[in-house]
Design a binder for this molecule. Structure first.
Ligand code: CAA
Ligand code: NAP
Length: 248
């Protein structure tokens, strides 16, 4: 019999993922941080978190690959007894103008940022339906709402994420399961630090009325709220957290 809620955070060792894992752990959940097959630092990450008081479980799952998600979820369920909370957070960029974009750059982003949401949610949903309780949080982006120069692939995938959220939210609304999208603006993680410095300073920062990048902890706080019992009436929502960059 599990005593804590089990929360799976995909890409849990990345900039936003780590903050979400830590916040959900502080709220009393048992957190499982998933990492990609290319991650060579998982053990070190776990040790560092442990030294700072966080006891995370981990699972290697390639979110772009359906079989990997299916096997990974099955193993987690067998090991810990079920999944209550799923945060679909893993994602990548392959920024370039459409003129220069290769089919591979399009495909990689669609598979990692959109197919992943199907791959994980599909495998987790069955257990949530059985227990009549669940939380699915999909991390989209301000650029899925407003578009972004050099991101036809990313903007399309992230917009698709919210379409998925709304449709699934309808399907499970009367089953104790909520499905929501969180759309962060520019947050200071390695994804944003990869933007050319002049583009960040001259084109992006001036568009953010609050006048700074967001912090991973700010997004984590919002995700934690949506994961709790208090948020039972919030479903199918797309909650922006973008420093005023895009208001709808
Ligand atoms: N808005 C308007 N014009 C832009 C622009 C922008 N954001 N970025 C570039 N341009 C212009 C350039 O000024 C240049 O204009 P000129 O031809 O008149 O000189 C033209 O577009 C071509 O620019 P580049 O030569 O830089 O083109 P490139 O193909 O080498 O690079 C790019 C284009 C890859 C898109 C590069 O500009 C870039 O990386 N931009 C950042 C894209 C971005 O914001 N990504 C977000 C990553 S973080 C994230 O995705 C997280 C999240 O969800 C928020
Ligand atoms: P990040 O630090 O680069 O982290 C990305 C995470 O995605 C990494 O942990 C990585 O796992 C994981 N990942 C990538 N490909 C994967 C795959 N095939 N299988 C499993 N995991 C994979 O970026 P971040 O800023 O934290 O981004 C997290 C999420 O927030 C993404 O969905 C991103 O699009 C979204 N977002 C970010 C911002 C921002 O400004 N930073 C804004 C809006 C939305 P490994 O480390 O294990 O390889």
């Amino acid at each position: 019999m599990k005593t804590k809620r089990i929360a799976v955070v995909t890409g849990g060792m990345g900039g936003l993922g780590e903050a979400i894992c830590r916040r959900l752990a502080k709220e009393g959940n048992q957190v499982i941080a998933t990492y990609s097959p290319s991650n060579q630092n998982a053990k070190e990450w776990v040790a560092k978190q442990k030294a700072e008081g966080f006891d995370f479980l981990t699972a290697m799952i390639d979110v772009a690959d359906y079989d990997s998600c299916s096997k990974g979820v099955m193993k987690i369920v067998t090991d810990v007894g079920g999944i209550d909370i799923l945060v679909n957070n893993a994602g990548i960029t392959r920024d370039t103008t459409l003129k220069k974009m290769t089919h591979e750059q399009w495909r990689e982003v669609m598979q990692t940022n959109l197919d992943s949401v199907f791959n994980m949610s599909k495998n987790v949903l069955h257990g949530m339906l059985e227990q009549q309780w669940g939380r699915i949080i999909n991390i989209s982006s301000v650029n899925g709402q407003k578009g972004a120069f050099g991101q036809t692939n990313y903007s399309a995938a992230k917009a698709g994420v919210h379409g998925f959220t709304k449709a699934l939210a309808l399907e499970v609304a009367n089953k104790g399961i909520t499905v929501n999208t969180v759309s962060p603006g520019y947050i200071g993680t390695k994804m944003v630090m990869a933007i050319p410095q002049d583009v960040l300073n001259d084109k992006i920062l001036p568009q953010i009325p609050v006048g700074r990048l967001g912090q991973p902890d700010e997004v984590a706080g919002l995700v934690a709220y949506l994961c709790g019992d208090e948020a039972a009436f919030v479903t199918g929502a797309n909650i922006a957290i973008n420093g005023g960059q895009h208001m709808m």
